[in-house]
Design a protein around this ligand. Sequence first.
Ligand SMILES: Nc1ncnc2c1ncn2[C@@H]1O[C@H](COP(=O)(O)OP(=O)(O)OP(=O)(O)O)[C@@H](O)[C@H]1O
Ligand SMILES: [Mg+2]
Length: 289
Amino acid sequence: MLKRAVAEELTGDAVDGARDDMTDAPLIAAHHVTASYDNKRAGTRLTALRDVSLEIRRGEFIAIVGPSGCGKTTFINMIAGFVKPMEGEVLVRGLPVKGPGSDRAMVFQDYALLPWRTVERNVMFALENHRGGDKEHNKRRVAETIGLVGLTGFENSYPYELSGGMRQRVGIARALACDPEILLMDEPFGAVDAMTREAMQAELEAIIGKTGQTVVFITHSIDEAITLADRVVVVSSRPGRIREVIDVDLPRSRFEDEVKLMPRFSELREHLWNLFRAEALGAKSEEAA
Ligand SMILES: Nc1ncnc2c1ncn2[C@@H]1O[C@H](COP(=O)(O)OP(=O)(O)OP(=O)(O)O)[C@@H](O)[C@H]1O
Ligand SMILES: [Mg+2]
């Protein structure tokens, strides 16, 4: 109830009484979306994404993979309400996204921390807009999420005092703190070392298993996509179009050794690599033409 009140307060859209009756409807839907950026100085227009359609069900974990510059960040920025489609529409709970809201939290590719705030106050930032949020409860929640990402002891550090991986974890804690229905994660583990990365992937799988949150997760790692996602969306080089959507029909938890050793895991990996190779070659021959 509190979550709905806050979402209504902050978004003013996409939240109404009908939503609980719409459980079969997609939670997020993109219909024939094209996104472009105008360069006013040069008088040019760059099309980042073209005619993208995708429906995401409540509780699904979607991974998006594709070459650099193919419009992945642009796509989740449209779900977050930071970027508007040039054509087509993006809907959340059946209603067009009009702007950001606390029902959707983003983990940014470049962390986007506030440099003048400590770790604790950066995470607290996510909760400050919750009118009526009890101070003690918020403090407990902040401590809990800082613990979850393994940063206990660094509450009073400033971002410049942290490594890249630690900053990234502050961004993750900030997104998790307000328990959003939709988590948008832009290469959230890109700056984390391999050991921490696997631990955080497992932690994320466990959190999502408990909360049932819907996740849209961008990654450059095919293994990470297969390990975490229910479906992997492969995007072509710019202008990005959906090349294929792959069902990851592997049991959970994916962190059991036997899952990674399953022939199906290797098949999916090979299939994704082949798609990737084809995409990279296609992009090269376009450049040469
Ligand atoms: N604010 C912006 N203004 C102008 N062009 C932009 C802007 N944001 C992105 N672009 C352009 O749109 C295209 C897609 O960018 P986007 O950041 O969505 O790609 P990406 O798939 O997330 O890439 P990467 O994997 O490198 O993060 C790029 O060519 C980029 O230059
Ligand atoms: Mg990006």
